[in-house]
Design a protein around this ligand. Structure first.
Ligand code: HEC
Ligand code: HEC
Length: 202
């Protein structure tokens, strides 16, 4: 009797788990669940933030953070020959780490280094700088390129992460990203509820 119970248990677990597995799958953009009329305007709000210089200047494909947008007078690579770092960590090369200049809060001086806890470049696969709305949309939905995150994790990262928060409080006359962290979080949630549609590639 006992043995039978033990043998049944794994099967019972599979049966119990099945409805959850199905629910999770339906979160993926199954064609029927996608509402582009509702979802694309929400994505546009997210894209306006992700592509903004306060976010994209740290989300680059190569080894150089960017200085761009109002306040910088043109787009260029970060001064002082700052690099991602030979170890690929995003914290810079030994001897010229980001944290040599970037502290945990913004310098008050105009053109002084901004700051937030743990200042470093995003991994190269999380590239937004110079990318189209369709490209950023595809990246953000791809766990192989977004740090293994579900879309829910992405939304929470946007709401709670300190480097992300800096984008709305960048200091010293820098233009902040549009909206707020909370509004962007809500836009991601609404976009997900509409099946997370991506715009057509241009
Ligand atoms: C100082 C550099 C820096 C800035 C500025 C920055 N990020 Fe990031 N971002 C990172 C790093 C580093 C990671 C990787 C963190 C990890 O995977 O744990 C990251 C990862 C992310 C992720 C995870 C998923 C993915 O595919 O990229 C999101 C979402 C994100 N950032 C949003 C933003 C938004 C929105 C802004 C602007 C409001 C912003 N970031 C500004 C450095 C930055
Ligand atoms: C030698 C000092 C120094 C080092 C090292 C340094 N920075 Fe900076 N960084 C600055 C200064 C100064 C500014 C502000 C420039 C301005 O406002 O004109 C700045 C601005 C920035 C900005 C703001 C761009 C924007 O969109 O507003 C980012 C992002 C950035 N740095 C990333 C990094 C990263 C990532 C590293 C390490 C890989 C790094 N920095 C290393 C001095 C430094």
């Amino acid at each position: 009797m006992r043995k039978l119970l033990i043998m049944l248990t794994p099967a019972a677990i599979i049966l119990l788990a099945a409805p959850f597995a199905t629910a999770q799958e339906s979160q993926q953009p199954a064609p029927a669940a996608v509402d582009t009329a509702k979802g694309l305007p929400e994505w546009d709000k997210v894209y306006a933030v992700f592509s903004h210089p306060r976010c994209a200047d740290c989300h680059v494909a190569d080894d150089r953070p960017r200085w761009s947008g109002a306040h910088y007078g043109g787009t260029r690579v970060h001064g002082f020959n700052v690099q991602r770092g030979a170890d690929g960590s995003g914290f810079g090369n030994p001897g010229l780490r980001c944290t040599t200049c970037h502290f945990s809060s913004n310098s008050k001086a105009l053109h002084g280094p901004p700051g937030a806890e743990n200042w470093h470049l995003a991994p190269a696969e999380m590239v937004w700088f110079g990318k189209s709305s369709a490209e950023i949309c595809a990246q953000i939905k791809d766990p192989a390129r977004n740090g293994g995150r579900s879309l829910q994790d992405v939304a929470l990262h946007v709401r709670d992460d300190k480097l992300v928060a800096w984008g709305w409080a960048p200091g010293a006359d820098r233009e902040p990203a549009p909206g707020s962290a909370e509004e962007t979080y809500t836009a991601i949630e609404n976009w997900m509820a509409a099946g997370a549609p991506c715009p057509a590639a241009q």
